[in-house]
Design a protein around this ligand. Structure first.
Ligand code: 5GP
Length: 188
């Protein structure tokens, strides 16, 4: 069987990993995005099957029962997110896959795939900047922003357990650094 090659971008919510993930996918057409399943509602700019597989809680529970998920988390109260085996199991050095998932999920993927996974932690420049970004994007209410900031502090404290850290203070530089880590990983 071909060696899987799993690239994981993880970060506190609002650190900019989704933006970095999009830029990585533009720069590396060989890398495919792993579309997660989630029970949260789509945002206005999101498309089912492209950004996420948007599913009901019942459908998500069926994925769990069928062992269709590599990992899953209740990332926020009542909202489930999970990585489907169908999205990652075919990943090879020629067709690697990119996951954009939360910190706990990243730990679980690393445990599952070991050296076949590269986990890059995207760190915000500071908690203040993170708070500004979360408030500024206007997709979460005040309570959700507070919940995400509290969670971020805990996640940043675990950053050194991953394979690499990229500080997202300057987007272009952060993308370049991420691409360099990926290139090195895929050469191995
Ligand atoms: P959002 O609701 O902002 O799209 O995502 C919330 C958080 O859930 C983000 O940190 C995102 O990376 C994470 N997430 C998305 N998909 C998955 C997944 O399949 N598994 C896990 N564990 N987290 C995910």
């Amino acid at each position: 069987m071909a060696t899987p090659r799993i690239i994981v971008l993880t970060a506190p919510s609002g650190a900019g990993k989704t933006t970095i993930a999009r830029r990585v996918l533009q720069a590396r057409p060989d890398v495919r995005f792993s579309v997660s399943a989630t029970t949260r509602d789509p945002r206005p700019n999101e498309t089912d099957g492209i950004d996420y597989h948007f599913v009901s809680t019942d459908a998500f529970q069926q994925f769990i029962a069928q062992e269709a998920l590599v990992e899953y988390e209740q990332v926020y109260a009542g909202l489930y997110y999970g990585t489907l085996h169908a999205e990652v199991d075919e990943a090879t050095p020629e067709a690697p896959v990119l996951l954009d998932i939360d910190v706990k999920g990243a730990h679980n993927v690393k445990q599952h795939f070991g050296d076949d996974a590269l986990v890059i932690f995207v760190a915000p420049p500071s908690m203040d900047v993170l708070a500004e970004r979360l408030t500024g994007r206007g997709t979460e209410d005040e309570a959700a922003v507070r919940e995400r900031l509290e969670r971020a502090e805990m996640e940043i404290a675990q950053a050194d357990r991953f394979d690499a850290t990229v500080v997202n203070d300057d987007l272009d530089r952060a993308v370049d650094e991420t691409l360099a880590h990926i290139a090195q990983f895929l050469r191995r």
